[in-house]
Ligand binder design. Structure first.
Ligand code: 5GP
Length: 173
């Protein structure tokens, strides 16, 4: 068996351009306010790091972790593996996701965070794979909408590897 091969789906430069656009849009929409950006571990760390450099507002960073289980039924279950360090009550919160796939994670996290009574809660996702949705949920801001392909790089892994690729790639069989 040779080394795994991959092809570039979205090159680094295009990612940077789109992330800058998203950041500027968010800064405009939240002008005059401050933000709590909640990164969903681990896949969102690179997107979050790039995105906040384009948001010229007072903000703080939190992280939250999830784990999903595929049971015998079609309804996957999601569980928290890491909670926020500080309360978000009365804060404007922006949840930062790597990718919305089935939508189960985002749906679960929205419920969890709503219970903490933020002043507002919106979501930004680097990627969206709408064809895979099992639950109706949408990102308020989305970087790129992609086909149903398994992507790696720019923070996203395959078996914990490839997160450090600068481009968004597709693993080839
Ligand atoms: P959900 O299915 O709950 O919407 O997505 C859960 C998580 O699955 C995402 O946050 C992401 O970490 C992972 N995931 C979904 N699609 C892909 C993909 O194409 N590549 C990688 N590396 N992870 C994915």
């Amino acid at each position: 068996m040779g080394a795994p091969r991959f092809e570039v789906l979205i090159p680094h430069e295009r990612i940077q351009q789109r992330v800058a656009e998203l950041g500027r849009q968010i800064a405009q929409d939240y002008a005059g306010r401050s933000l709590v950006m909640v990164g969903v571990l681990k896949g969102s760390f690179m997107f979050l790091a790039d995105l906040i450099r384009h948001i010229d507002l007072p903000l703080r960073i939190e992280f939250i972790g999830t784990k999903s289980y595929e049971g015998t039924t079609t309804t996957g279950q999601v569980q928290l593996t890491k909670d926020l360090d500080r309360p978000i009550q009365d804060e404007d919160v922006l949840l930062v996701e790597d990718i919305i796939d089935t939508g189960l994670t985002l749906n679960y996290l929205k419920h969890v965070l709503e219970q903490r009574e933020p002043r507002s809660l919106k979501t930004v996702a680097f990627l969206d794979k709408p064809s895979r949705r099992r639950i109706e949920v949408q990102g308020d801001y989305v970087g790129f909408t992609i086909e149903d392909r398994f992507v790696i790089g720019y923070g996203l892994d395959y078996d914990q590897r490839y997160r450090n690729l600068k481009d968004l790639c597709v693993l080839l069989p």
